[in-house]
Design a protein around this ligand. Structure first.
Ligand SMILES: O=C[C@H](O)COP(=O)(O)O
Length: 280
């Protein structure tokens, strides 16, 4: 089905699945307003906007519930710091954000699995790994309050960022399993701030863990996704493993800061920015 879409239809589909993101030290109220304008334009609406928490309240004010506002916490390092977590979560909830993208303590996962390098074959091998239980217990004070906020309807959705580019397939599977156990809404690949961003290989591991659990968990590809052609590869891979019905904003997202120009070019001209001649 997705293979038959015209370039403009592909661009519109990708736009509808994108959390249009700006997470730069140079962000301002002005740049936040510009981001919100792009997210709700004549080209269509994005799935969400994602901004640092100090701009989230302002984005909410501009968008007035027309588009969900997401913010990041424990970002980008993925610390295990309870006081910081409590503060950042409370602050984000005060801004009445719709979605929180929380960075998984991936360095702790690396540390706990440093002596083991098993291949990811199936989910039973992941569950048999001592690090799985240990990390699951360590993360309870972080993941429980997040899911409690969704259950209390203070927060519609939680995403957990794995930083998959710094993890092996086994570690990605283990972290994904913990996310599913704690009933987070989305497993997200990357912060876009550290090393390798999203890859199809990491996405495939996450899709297979979601499938093995028959879980309602969604997926977000982020970090370096800057063209519609790239995004379509994730869409086609997800559809082939989890079915076409998975491809909707409730379960499938892109986190991208630089994809809007390509979407615009495809809708306006039918040609990607990567195909547009520079005149040389
Ligand atoms: O969550 C989203 C990422 O920070 C976006 O990464 P990007 O700037 O490489 O598109």
């Amino acid at each position: 089905m997705f293979q038959n879409l015209t370039p403009s239809e592909q661009a519109k589909l990708v736009l509808s699945l994108t959390d249009l993101t700006s997470l730069n030290d140079s962000d301002t109220y002005q740049s936040t307003a510009a981001l919100c304008e792009k997210a709700n334009s004549t080209y269509g609406q994005t799935a969400a906007v994602c901004v640092y928490k100090q701009f989230a309240g302002y984005a909410k004010e501009i968008l007035q519930d027309s588009i969900p506002v997401a913010t990041v916490i424990n970002f980008p390092d993925g610390a295990l710091d309870q006081a910081r977590f409590n503060y950042e979560l409370a602050y984000a909830l005060e801004q009445q954000v719709d979605e929180i993208d929380y960075v998984f303590p991936w360095r702790k996962l690396q540390e706990l699995t440093a002596q083991q390098a098993p291949e990811f074959t199936d989910i039973q091998t992941v569950k048999a790994c001592p690090a799985y239980q240990e990390l699951s217990t360590l993360l309870k004070p972080y993941l429980d309050p997040l899911t409690a906020a969704t259950k209390a309807k203070r927060l519609p959705r939680i995403k957990v960022i794995l930083e998959s580019g710094s993890l092996t397939p086994f570690q990605i599977a283990l972290a994904s399993q913990i996310c599913i156990d704690y009933q987070v809404d989305f497993i997200k690949t990357s912060t876009g701030k550290h090393g390798q961003g999203a890859t199809l290989e990491a996405a495939k591991v996450i899709f297979n863990v979601i499938k093995a659990n028959n879980a309602p968990t969604g997926f977000k590809a982020s970090g370096g996704v800057s063209t519609v052609a790239q995004a379509m590869e994730y869409i086609n891979l997800a559809a082939s493993i989890l079915g076409e019905q998975f491809i909707k904003p409730e379960t499938f997202r892109f986190g991208a800061s630089g994809i809007f120009n390509d979407i615009k070019a495809l809708i306006d001209t039918g040609k990607s920015t990567t195909q547009v001649s520079t005149g040389y």
